[in-house]
Design a binder for this molecule. Structure first.
Ligand SMILES: [Zn+2]
Length: 337
């Protein structure tokens, strides 16, 4: 750990977590998360391919939960940012990102955003397979999607508001090349220079990592590329969850999910997961009954506290210039938006 990181980490560790924040994240409910994952990963949604009817059913389900939470709509009276997409097999259809906002309360900072995101699409089905043909994608990534929905639910119900605004977003098309997040950024719905950080959730349900059990700990990709990794680590005591740099995968997977689309525009953006690789990865057997929902609720407590800390801080997260791998992402922002 280098000097800069220590300094930043010390600065964050001086921040105490307000009791109201703890109360909000304590209401995260494992059963509610479980119900959401079971629906998103059900056979009815046929693996949520882009485009497909199952994908659109999932979008409506997520939008309904944002509506129940009372999130603000920023797309002409809707939570859906819809476009048309034709896939490689010439199947064309409507696809949507789902976007809802919890408005901040600072007169100036409320125009800036922290994004909490997850892709909700998956691989669809393969009719040439014998037996089970549906890629249910429970851990990848109904888990992250349900996490975004649950955080929207508990943070919107809380009486406090952070200084900055928080945008809750579920992306289509990650499995087909991060298409939904690219469309979101190119649309300027929230301009890149108003986004201070992106926390992306992937595979937060399985604790049976191929490398061994992963309980009460998460990994962050690009852990020491910005000061967000050390911020999350400093919340270990308050949340009961450790945030770790995986010696090989934290860097190797930095470009493997939607966070990279934002990082390439210079926005500090990371993905959080429990396991990088798990036994049913991209198989039809990635089923909802294999997730550890109690652990997932605890992981979401940490993510909620991290999100609130960034959203309530006047200081925006920054790339770690002592890490040569972070330089090009820092330069992408300086290069101007
Ligand atoms: Zn994924």
């Amino acid at each position: 750990m280098n000097a800069l990181i220590c300094l930043v980490s010390a600065a964050y560790s001086l921040l105490s977590v307000p009791a109201a924040w703890l109360q909000a994240v304590d209401s995260i409910d494992a059963n509610r998360i479980k119900a959401a994952v079971h629906y998103l990963a059900s056979d009815e949604l046929e693996g949520r391919d882009s485009p497909s009817n199952g994908l659109n059913l999932a979008a409506q389900f997520i939008a309904k939960s944002f509506d129940r939470a009372g999130l603000e709509k920023i797309i002409e009276g809707s939570y859906l940012q819809t476009t048309t997409y034709k896939n490689r097999r010439d199947i064309e259809g409507q696809v949507s990102n789902v976007v809802g906002v919890l408005r901040g309360q600072d007169p100036l900072l409320k125009e800036t955003y922290v994004l909490i995101t997850a892709h909700y699409d998956h691989l669809g089905k393969n009719e040439r397979l014998d037996g089970d043909q549906i890629f249910n994608g429970a851990n990848d990534n109904a888990s992250g999607t349900a996490g975004v929905m649950e955080l929207a639910e508990v943070l919107a119900k809380a009486e406090f508001r952070t200084r900055r605004s928080i945008a809750f977003i579920a992306f289509w098309g990650e499995e087909r090349g991060m298409l939904g997040s690219k469309h979101f950024l190119e649309s300027n719905l929230i301009p890149a220079d108003k986004i201070v950080a992106v926390i992306n959730l992937e595979q937060i349900g399985r604790t049976d990592d191929n490398e061994g059990p992963r309980i009460a700990a998460v990994s962050m990709t690009g852990y020491d590329y910005s000061d967000i990794g050390s911020l999350f680590s400093s919340l270990a005591e308050a949340s009961g969850i450790k945030t770790e740099k995986h010696t090989r995968n934290s860097d190797a997977y930095f470009g493997a999910s939607d966070n990279i689309v934002f990082a390439q525009r210079g926005i500090p953006a990371h993905t959080i997961c429990t396991a990088f690789m798990f036994p049913d990865y991209h198989r039809v057997s990635d089923h909802a009954d294999k997730l550890d929902y109690e652990n997932m609720a605890k992981v979401l407590r940490l993510i909620g506290l991290g999100l609130l800390t960034i959203a309530d801080s006047e200081k925006a997260p920054a790339w770690n210039l002592d890490n040569p791998r972070a330089k090009r992402f820092h330069d992408a922002r300086s290069g101007g938006n």
